[in-house]
Design a protein around this ligand. Structure first.
Ligand code: NAD
Ligand code: UDP
Length: 318
């Protein structure tokens, strides 16, 4: 098995690459390092089956030799990142997706698109099944990410129907774990970094908005199931464990044994109020359900942040 992972030096891409290598595959990771880091994959180099290519997939993709699967994960994913790079985010979701699809077409490879629960926007159906069309503001600040992913889904289906590419779409719900950048701006890395530093933990608005949070190891298992079959999706992948941001902040303060106060900051525009995957299809088609309890997953992530507190690269704007 030879697999191309776009965004392979990012949070999810590096975990995917690691698991693929552990299963005996060869991995070619393409990344422009706009939010990823060589540090995420440095340990994979010694396998001799991992190649890291500095490449902006929005500009074009060229890979020599056979490819069995293309896993398209390149894209800023944190709201802080995609608001900093709105045009690049639209480009990687459109041009980058097309280049990745062309690669899959050329090589006769399975293609998996990392789509997102954000295609549901601020959902008016709860929990969200794949049949729900979503509630997205195309001209709101989050539109650059949500619409790029929605376009990417449409393009992926068009390549399946027009060119017969073996495509699959997964809609990933909030996932966390080791190797998230402590300052990437997402709730869990923010809360853990702040709690460990004894700083105020910043909850947006009253904190009653919810997310459903999944540990990265569970997610990777689901993605690799999807890579091995020929189902088109879309299939939701996420842990239905739904929690309010205020409860999550308090939980992380407890788990870190921190004395940090919880403070309230302004809620971002168009911030979704609720989010929870209906995972019936994932169970039926992939035989997949999350296995790792959220408390264990939070503890593992906190431990990793503790160990890497001083060595993590800062984001460009920090
Ligand atoms: P991340 O920011 O850690 O990783 C993204 C990677 O893509 C980085 O290494 C970045 O440098 C790379 N990248 C971005 N633009 C690129 C380009 N033009 N060319 C080459 N490389 C590029 O984010 P993540 O959390 O690992 O997310 C990975 C993918 O999964 C994204 O497509 C994201 O939309 C999707 N996703 C993630 C989550 C989540 O909870 N983590 C949820 C839904 C969807
Ligand atoms: N959030 C928060 N404090 C932070 C960062 C985020 O309360 O320091 C909130 C954010 O407003 C949202 C939720 O946490 O309601 C999840 O945000 P995140 O950026 O992790 O993911 P997304 O909004 O993409 O689901």
């Amino acid at each position: 098995m030879r697999v191309v992972v776009t965004g392979g030096a990012g949070f999810l891409g590096s975990h995917l690459s690691e698991t693929l290598l552990a299963r005996g595959a060869e991995v070619v990771a393409l990344d422009n390092f706009c939010t990823g880091s060589v540090d995420n994959v440095a340990a994979l180099m010694s396998t001799g089956r991992f190649t890291l290519v500095d490449c902006d997939v929005s500009q074009g993709i060229s890979v020599d030799g056979p490819v069995d699967a293309v896993l398209h994960f390149a894209s800023p994913a944190s709201p802080v990142d995609y608001l900093r790079m709105p045009i690049e985010t639209l480009q990687v979701g459109s041009l980058g997706t097309q280049h990745a699809l062309e690669l899959a077409l050329e090589k006769g490879a399975r293609f998996v698109l990392a789509s997102t629960s954000e295609v549901y926007g601020d959902p008016q159906v709860h929990p969200q099944p794949e049949t729900y069309w979503g509630h997205v503001n195309p001209v709101g600040p989050r539109g650059v990410y949500d619409e790029a992913k929605r376009y990417g889904e449409a393009l992926t289906l068009a390549y399946r129907q027009t060119h017969g590419v073996n495509t699959g779409i997964i809609r990933i719900f909030n996932t966390f774990g080791p190797r998230m950048r402590p300052n990437d701006g997402r709730a869990i890395p923010n809360f853990i970094r702040q709690a460990l530093a004894g700083e105020a933990v910043t909850v947006a608005g009253d904190g009653r908005q919810t997310r459903s949070i999944c540990f990265v190891d569970d997610l990777v298992a689901g993605i690799l199931q999807m890579a091995q079959i020929d189902h088109p999706g879309p299939i939701n992948l996420g842990n239905p464990h739904e929690i309010s941001m205020l409860d999550l902040a308090r939980w992380i303060v407890d788990l870190t044994e921190s004395s940090s106060p919880v403070v309230h900051i302004e809620r971002p525009v168009d911030d979704p109020s609720v989010r929870r995957p209906d995972t019936t299809l994932a169970q039926e088609v992939l035989g997949w359900a999350p296995q790792v309890g959220i408390e264990d997953a939070l503890r593992a992530t906190i431990d990793w942040f503790r160990e890497h507190a001083d060595s993590e690269p800062l984001s460009p704007e920090a």
